[in-house]
Design a protein around this ligand. Structure first.
Ligand code: SF4
Length: 222
């Protein structure tokens, strides 16, 4: 099994339940969901012309749509090579659930790492039982994908981007439709906008949900 990796780096997780956790981020290439406010649009297209060597991918100085092909064993070797200290792996994108994540998560879990997947909830989530799954449901986006019941049921946390009342209504409809009861819900203001943040704070208090403010963007790290 090979994975198309756009970026691999060590940082602090800035979102959701693992906020503050040193983490190794593996960003996979490819996403057809089409969110207008997406901040990783360079991960959308998978073009064979954009394949580069591992070294080129790792030394990119700016965000590009270049990716390199890795097996899980290659990734583990790279993480060891780089002497990363973090013991938490975050697989993000793009939309990582376009591929089977089991071999990748299994290998890292066998070596004592915890794994987390960040997904839009529009693809079947194929991974290990132990993986922590963060579903950030992307409703009515340009790609026309539906949120899957199986994804909502598998979620260990739901993290919803909000900027308008409509986003809150969409989330409430989704939670009702998929009968989500006990899963922790995080609201995440889109693009750190003041109005979105105020809306998220008020809605969290009103519904006993949690706030996720993308800490990494406030402290200026990746
Ligand atoms: S699902 Fe994620 S990567 Fe895909 S378009 Fe939406 S925000 Fe961007």
């Amino acid at each position: 099994m090979n994975y198309k990796i756009n970026e691999l780096f060590e940082t602090i997780q800035g979102e959701g339940s693992f906020t503050g956790q040193p983490s190794i981020f593996i960003r996979l290439q490819g996403c057809p969901v089409g969110c207008s406010w997406c901040d990783t649009k360079h991960t959308w297209d998978i073009s064979l012309d954009d394949e580069v060597t591992a070294e080129t991918m790792l030394t990119k100085s700016e965000e590009t749509q270049h990716w390199a092909n890795f097996t899980p064993e290659d990734i583990l070797a790279l993480v060891n090579d780089k002497k990363f200290n973090a013991k938490h792996i975050v697989i993000t994108g793009g939309e990582p659930c376009m591929v089977d994540l089991t071999p990748l998560c299994e290998l890292f879990e066998q070596r004592g790492y915890s794994t987390q997947i960040e997904t839009s909830g529009t693809f079947e989530i194929i991974t290990t039982e132990k993986s922590w799954v963060t579903v950030s449901p992307k409703v009515n986006m340009r790609g026309g994908y539906k949120i899957l019941n199986s994804a909502m049921a598998r979620a260990n946390e739901i993290k919803h981007p909000v900027a308008t009342e409509q986003h809150v209504d969409d989330l409430k409809a989704l939670l009702a439709e998929h009968q989500v009861i006990d899963t922790p819900i995080y609201l995440q203001p889109i693009s750190q906008k003041k109005r979105a943040t105020e809306l998220a704070i008020a809605t969290c208090i009103a519904n006993n949900w949690r706030l996720s403010v993308q800490v990494h963007k406030y402290i200026g790290i990746e």
